[in-house]
Each structure stands twice: as structure tokens, then as C-alpha cells.
Design a protein around this ligand. Structure first.
Ligand code: ZN
Length: 333
């Protein structure tokens, strides 16, 4: 069914389309420039030039590796929630909190009515898409995760904050679609934090996407998926992107019990490990997926963003992934 949707959007993708989850590591020159920029040692214009240089590097790298659906690599983003909150009205910047490892970010605080003021991701999308003939995904952080990773000093409860955010995320989506985006990934890593809230997370997703024509992927990770499956299938999207390789739980066995009804982006690379998977390991993960779901409904990608890996590890892992996909495609013929 979703293959038909891709066709109506003018997208002709090979069997097992390859993509990535969004973030790539920042080259050293950009990490240094961002640190200096925070102390006013680098001007915004200089920083933008370096962000563009790094973005173009990742577009070329994805093309050389043979990835089918590209991302811009998020070289200009720090934290995925703060990036959106800083551009929207109704937020103020909170104190530093630890996200994971030794990374810290300013947790946003909702202090008033949240409000989309201007396009947030559109200029980057338009520019990166102009660099390549392959489709580039639009990348949004979902309303549930923005709500969960912010302090709420304004709305009555979490649901009210989430639904208010959904209305504003929809405006960003509308701007992206107007620019020509056809594939949109909505990141909802917080989705399984409180399983009892899944119904309003689903309601919020309806508010974001209903009636807007695109192929939608929801990326969820950090998951205790057994607590939100099969309810997760109520999300009104085409494709669910789940961390499979890192998960101790055999998600695929779960799908044998409760059939998975959407396209699946099958995470086949562990983004938390320095070790580069062997091609055989990746091939067997893909084959395992194809035992449970029709091959035509499977996309292949890493478990999550690759920003914590080195540039070289990222290239090697993705090269292995593409080689494995090519081998499995050949077998399927
Ligand atoms: Zn993730």
C-alpha cells in the first residue's frame, strides 16, 4: 500500500530502500567553530559557511555510498528539541541538563502559548535538496517528544502542551510540503516513556499530518516497545523506524504475534558501538526482517542518528549496510 503512496508522490525507490535516521557526526572544524561561536569568537556568517561545508560533505558522502533517501545530517543542530524550541514562541531557555553520556543541553521551558513564527527547517531542506537529485527527507521533532523534553510552566497538563505543540509542528510541516518535501521523518524518541500517554501522542500525530500528502516515517528509539505495541500501529503514518539491532528484545518475534501493519524501517546498525558490523551480520538482520514482513515493506537504516560516532566509523558502517542491502537485493531477484 505504501509503495503505491510513494508512486503517487513520484518516488520510485528500489527494494529495501536505504536511508539514515538524521544526524551525522560534525567534522572537527565545525565542533571547534561551534564552541568558539558560543563565546562570540566566530561570527554567525562564518559559522553558517562551515555548517554548509559540512552538510555538503555529508550529501556527497551519502551519494558516494549509494544511500537512496538522504538526510542533511543536522550539522547546524545541537539538541533536537532545543533546536525547535529556540525558534518558536512561548519557550524560554532553561538550565543545563544532562541528556546522555557527557552531553548537556539547555532544557527548554514552556512559559507561554507555543507559537510557530517562521519556517525552521525549510531553508536547510531547500538548499540540501538543490545539491542532489536523490530525495532528501524533511526532518521534524514530534510534538510528544518536544513536550516530554521541555519543562511545562504554562499548560494545564502534558496532554494540553502536546496538542498545542502539534498544531504548531503542523505549520512547519505545511511549510516543508510547500517547498516540495515528499518524505518526512518525525522523530519521537520519547514515545515509549509513558505508555499510558500513547493515545494522546497518537491524537497529536493526527493533528500534525492529517490531510497533508507526504510519505511519513516516525522514528522511535530508547524504547521499551513491548509496552506500546501494538498500540504504536495507531500512529497515522506510513513507516515506523525502530531500533532493532540494539534492542535486547526480539521485536520481530513480537510482530509474529501481532502483525505489523506498516512499512518498517529496520535498524541494522548499532549506533552506540565503535565496532563496525560485519556484512554477514547486517545481511542476517535484513533476512530476519524479510521472514516477518514482505520485502516490499522494508526499509534499511541504522538504529538511530550517528552523531556520536566518528566520521570514519560512520562511513564504514554505512558502506557495510549498503553492501549488505545490495547482496540481499540480488538474492531476492
Ligand atoms: Zn533515535
Amino acid at each position: 500500500m505504501s509503495r503505491e503512496k510513494l508512486a503517487t508522490l513520484g518516488l520510485d525507490l528500489p527494494l529495501f530502500p536505504t536511508s539514515t535516521v538524521g544526524s551525522f557526526p560534525k567534522p572537527d572544524y565545525l565542533v571547534e567553530a561551534r564552541a568558539k561561536a558560543a563565546k562570540n569568537g566566530v561570527s554567525p556568517t562564518e559559522l553558517l559557511a562551515l555548517e554548509r561545508r559540512a552538510t555538503e560533505f555529508w550529501i556527497r558522502t551519502q551519494e558516494e555510498l549509494g544511500i537512496d533517501v538522504l538526510v542533511d545530517g543536522e550539522q547546524y543542530r545541537g539538541d533536537m528539541v532545543a533546536y525547535f524550541a529556540e525558534t518558536m514562541g512561548g519557550f524560554s531557555r532553561g538550565g543545563l541538563v544532562r541528556s546522555y553520556g557527557n552531553r548537556y543541553y539547555h532544557k527548554p521551558v514552556i512559559t507561554g502559548e507555543v507559537r510557530w513564527k517562521e519556517p525552521i527547517t525549510v531553508d536547510w531542506w531547500r538548499w540540501t535538496q538543490s545539491l542532489t537529485t536523490r530525495p532528501v527527507k524533511g526532518m521534524l521533532t514530534g510534538p510528544y517528544t518536544i513536550m516530554d523534553w521541555s519543562f511545562n510552566d504554562h499548560y494545564l497538563d502534558r496532554k494540553a502542551a502536546c496538542l498545542a505543540l502539534a498544531r504548531e509542528v503542523r505549520r512547519e510541516l505545511e511549510a516543508l510540503l510547500e517547498a516540495g518535501v515528499r518524505i518526512v521523518q518525525i522523530d519521537e524518541p520519547a514515545l515509549s516513556v509513558r505508555p499510558e500517554e500513547l493515545p494522546f501522542a497518537v491524537e497529536a500525530m493526527h493533528q500534525v499530518v492529517d490531510g497533508l500528502p507526504a510519505y511519513y516515517i516516525v522514528h522511535a528509539c530508547f524504547g521499551a516497545f513491548e509496552t506500546i505495541y501494538p498500540g504504536l500501529l495507531d500512529l497515522p503514518v506510513d513507516n515506523l523506524d525502530l531500533a532493532i539491532s540494539h534492542s535486547a528484545l526480539d521485536l520481530l518475534a513480537m510482530f509474529e504475534k501481532n502483525p505489523f501493519t506498516k512499512d518498517l524501517s529496520l535498524g541494522v546498525l548499532d549506533v552506540h558501538s565503535h565496532l563496525v558490523e560485519s556484512a554477514e551480520e547486517v545481511r542476517s538482520r535484513i533476512r530476519r526482517g524479510a521472514e516477518v514482513l514482505p520485502a516490499a515493506r522494508i526499509w534499511i537504516d541504522p538504529d538511530c542518528g550517528l552523531k556520536t560516532r566518528t566520521v570514519e566509523e560512520t562511513r564504514q558502517k554505512l558502506a557495510t549496510m549498503v553492501a549488505a542491502v545490495r547482496a540481499v537485493r540480488a538474492e531476492a531477484r
